[in-house]
Design a protein. Structure first.
Length: 242
């Protein structure tokens, strides 16, 4: 079986949503197989279903100067930030398919999120960054040590409709973390955020392209799929379902 991959590069958030919607529709129709979309966005704030505007700290004037729009979405979770240097992934999977840890007719959304976390944990390990899950705090976190608290390196929030997943994860690679000061990330005020660039002991430091390759490979490994890359949305939608 294959996992289709499309890397869009840096695209506006609205364009990313448009592509995601087309791929979701194709997946619901059975026209294509499970697909991983990877991309990067200009600065933008997104609100999940559980979000409150109170967790946006920055003024409208500041956000306007930075060119950062605000989008309300149907994904789970709170408010988060997307921006340059951050790898955003939209895994579009049919939870009724042949998936690891599936018990019964479909894989539960929480179990799917745990697999996503595992893929990102393994990817961080590629760059010498040990990471973990934290109970009741979805996402991927660094380890605490001494007086240093754990920090979030990847945020996760998904939506499921007719057993098809959408939205996904945001992994900080070379992200300017100062932009997270615009919000209370994921509504969690007592922990900070970090990036692969800050945490990796490697020289040279990880790039966004390297992180994208690693994450795609880990998704392929965890879901037992051969990764099949497409060069464009048109090419992706034209391939036979496999």
């Amino acid at each position: 079986m294959h996992l289709h991959l499309l890397h869009l590069g840096r695209v506006p958030y609205a364009e990313g949503l448009r592509v995601q919607d087309e791929v979701v529709a194709a997946r619901k129709a059975g026209a294509i197989g499970d697909t991983l979309l990877l991309m990067e966005h200009p600065p933008v704030l997104t609100l999940g279903r559980n979000a409150t505007r109170a967790n946006i700290i920055a003024s409208d004037e500041l956000l306007a100067r930075k060119g950062a729009a605000i989008y309300e979405t149907n994904r789970g979770g709170e408010v988060t930030y997307h921006g340059p240097g951050q790898l955003v992934g939209y895994p579009i999977f049919d939870l009724r398919g042949d998936l690891p840890n599936k018990r019964g007719a479909f894989l539960g959304p929480v179990d799917f999120v745990r697999l996503m976390e595992e893929a990102l944990i393994l990817s961080c390990k590629d760059f010498g960054v040990p990471t973990q899950r934290i109970c009741k705090r979805t996402g991927v976190w660094t380890y605490a040590g001494g007086s240093i608290q754990e920090k979030k390196i990847a945020a996760i929030g998904i939506h499921v409709s007719q057993a098809i997943t959408s939205h996904g994860f945001a992994l900080n690679v070379t992200t300017d973390l100062r932009d997270f000061n615009w919000i209370v990330p994921c509504g969690i005020a007592d922990r900070g955020v970090t990036s692969l660039e800050l945490e990796s002991p490697q020289d040279p430091l990880p790039t966004l392209a390297q992180a994208a390759n690693s994450v795609a490979a880990k998704f392929g490994h965890l879901f037992n799929r051969q990764v099949l890359a497409s060069n464009s949305l048109e090419e992706l939608l034209s391939v036979a379902k496999v």
